[in-house]
Design a protein around this ligand. Sequence first.
Ligand code: DQA
Length: 153
Amino acid sequence: MSDSPSILLLNGPNLNLLGTREPDIYGANTLHDVEHLVTETAAAADYGVNALQSNHEGVLIDAIHEARQNSRGIIINPGAYTHTSLAIADALAAVNLPVIEVHISNVHRREAVRHHSFVSPVASSIIIGAGINGYRLATLQLIDLLSEASPRT
Ligand code: DQA
């Protein structure tokens, strides 16, 4: 890959099933569509994307730690770990990179157990209920934050 700066796109459990999983809630687009959307949006601003989906909490945590070496910021949809994982929130806080949290569905219109997020307190921005377009918005927002942090000449 080129010398372009990179962002890390992380998707948590069950998001590999996008497109077939509860399409009335999550829509018809696949994880591949999501990764393509983020990659295209980032490329227009000269950013690369490292994309990872995992159904395993520790794999997501390892990827967050590795982001210190190879990424300027993180877009994460932690799936159900949003509502359960203090460990993922701790990892995000530890690496001290800007974080954008994304949820495809409007979790606040769903069961009460989905209303609390361990990740939100460590996120710079949160995009909820915009479908997969939320990932595009997250990419634009992250790039905006990064350019504020280190304006390019
Ligand atoms: C989700 C919402 C979570 O409550 C759920 O467990 C997911 C997906 C979303 O993108 O809407 O897996 O994060």
